[in-house]
Design a protein around this ligand. Structure first.
Ligand code: FAD
Ligand code: SF4
Ligand code: SF4
Length: 444
């Protein structure tokens, strides 16, 4: 009896660049190659070292311009044709690397939201993140959990349940009373290593930015800061969207080889979820603690912004009247203050107005300023550059006043007034005063 015919192996081919098709997207092909056989030319096009290529097709799949294809020799093409024609079972080579990666990623499950607190008082952004986290957890079919660290902070676990969390990991000890990077990094890394979440969301606040970066470095994963959109793709990867190149494009960033996937989101970017009064969940108490002596930073006193004179938190305001370069000078902002006072709101500004020294930096709305989500945002003499829009376009109502009818601000405006702000703003203020007066008189 003759030996059975060996099963044919499917040829893998080698990657080949199609002339004139590369759009120099930024070397995605190069970063995807597991064997570093792609070099980039000065024009940003790949040169493939064919002798090293293992035919994994990663570069072909990642190329946004379909500029790469797999090349097969005539002999290989014949084998492929024979395989296609015959019903013979094909022995595909096992991709050990892909299998190991899939196994590593599968060990991580669940969406976590870090609950930021100062002296037991939670930061509102944490609840906003539970809102977006709930959607991600649903897409992934996993639990949404809160990560609560502090001293005497169990009440925050219950508050997290009311905002959508199903579980809370709680580390409650005196050493965590004040936020200190060393202690919180140790604590978070311990929880991550023990419970292995696949997604962690944190507020892009001073604390969140500091903590997230330190954790990502320690656990060896990626971090996308200041995300404006979060979603899950069909391979369980977190699609993290944020403005890039000065806000001129929106980039979607993935961390497909490492876990957990970490993102920060600024306050007011995500909507507040509905409160579920009395909702319950499971509290996982962990006793991990850090020796006080090992923490070099000592907090002597916390001085809150609101205690300092003149500081205004525009992020929490329901009504914002913002001025731009069209205000022509700092003295004219008094007119906006009058309108803001009538509405019970605050005055904001574009970066141009801040750069000109007309308003303080903490009033700046936009990409490098604050993100706001008021009930009404009145933009006066602001053109509506993309960097400004990303900071206010989610306001419930936008009223734009601009004398240029083609100003981009009108594209996001609920109501647009084409006219001279020096006439329109005082007229609105006057009208509101009249209405208030009428209301007051009719009540008496
Ligand atoms: C990396 C980067 C980050 C940035 N971050 C921010 C940011 O966080 N926030 C931000 O705001 N910008 C930011 N910018 C700047 C942004 O690109 C714009 O330059 C800026 O927003 C323009 O400000 P403005 O609308 O006040 O001024 P302009 O663009 O000069 O617009 C002035 C407007 O006023 C109107 N106007 C003039 N006089 C009157 C009048 N009498 N009545 C009515 N309308 C009038 C004009 O028609 C014009 O539309 C950033 C830029 C970069 C590159
Ligand atoms: S096919 Fe795989 S090994 Fe070959 S160049 Fe592309 S990424 Fe590198
Ligand atoms: S991924 Fe495609 S478009 Fe991007 S550099 Fe490589 S070949 Fe060019």
């Amino acid at each position: 009896m003759s030996d059975p015919k060996p099963k044919p192996k499917r040829p893998r081919g080698i990657a080949n660049l199609l002339e004139g098709k590369c759009i120099a997207c930024g070397a995605r092909c190069q970063s995807s190659c597991p064997v570093n056989c792609i070099e980039m030319t000065e024009n940003g096009e790949p040169v493939i070292e064919k002798a090293k290529c293992i035919g994994c097709q990663k570069c072909v799949k990642i190329c946004p311009a379909a500029a790469l294809e797999m090349f097969f020799t005539a002999e290989e093409q014949q084998i492929l044709a024979e395989l296609a024609a015959s019903a013979a079972p094909v022995e595909d080579e096992v991709d050990h690397e892909a299998a190991a990666l899939a196994k590593k990623l599968a060990a991580y499950r669940g969406v976590w939201v870090f609950i930021e607190q100062t002296e037991g008082e939670p930061a509102k952004v944490s609840w906003e993140l539970l809102g977006v986290g709930a959607g991600l957890a649903k897409s992934l079919g996993v639990e949404l959990s809160a990560l609560v660290i502090g001293e005497n902070v169990e009440h925050l676990c219950h508050e997290a349940f009311a905002h959508g969390a199903e579980k809370a990991y709680l580390l409650d000890a005196p050493v965590y009373f004040h936020y200190r990077t060393e202690a919180y990094v140790e604590a978070c890394c311990h929880l991550i290593e023990t419970y292995k979440p696949e997604v962690i969301l944190m507020g892009a606040t001073g604390m969140g930015r500091d903590l997230a970066g330190a954790i990502a470095t320690r656990v060896g994963t990626g971090l996308t800061a200041d995300c404006t959109g979060l979603a899950i793709d069909d391979k369980r990867n977190l699609m993290q969207t944020r403005p890039a190149f000065g806000g001129n494009i929106m980039a979607t960033i993935m961390c497909d080889k490492y876990r957990p996937q970490m993102s920060t989101v600024r306050p007011n970017v995500m909507p507040m979820p509905e409160r579920r009064e009395g909702a319950v969940g499971e509290i996982v108490r962990d006793s991990f603690t850090v020796e006080e002596e090992s923490v070099l930073t000592k907090v002597i006193e916390i001085i809150r912004d609101s205690h300092s004179t003149g500081a205004v938190d525009i992020t929490g305001a329901d009504y914002i009247v913002s001025g731009g370069r069209g205000m022509m000078g700092p003295e004219n902002f008094a007119m906006l203050q009058e309108l803001a006072d009538e509405l019970g709101g605050v005055v904001g500004a574009s970066r141009s107005a801040v750069d000109a020294g007309w308003m303080a930096g903490d009033r700046q709305v936009g990409q490098t300023g604050k993100t706001v989500r008021p009930k009404i945002y009145i933009a006066c003499g602001i053109s509506g550059a993309i960097q400004h829009l990303v900071g206010m376009q989610d306001s419930d109502m936008v009223i734009a006043i601009n004398r240029d009818s083609s100003a981009p601000i009108f594209e996001v405006a609920t109501y647009g007034i084409v006219g001279d702000l020096f006439q329109v703003v005082p007229a609105i203020t006057e009208k509101i005063r009249e209405m208030k007066q009428k209301n007051h008189s009719s009540k008496n």
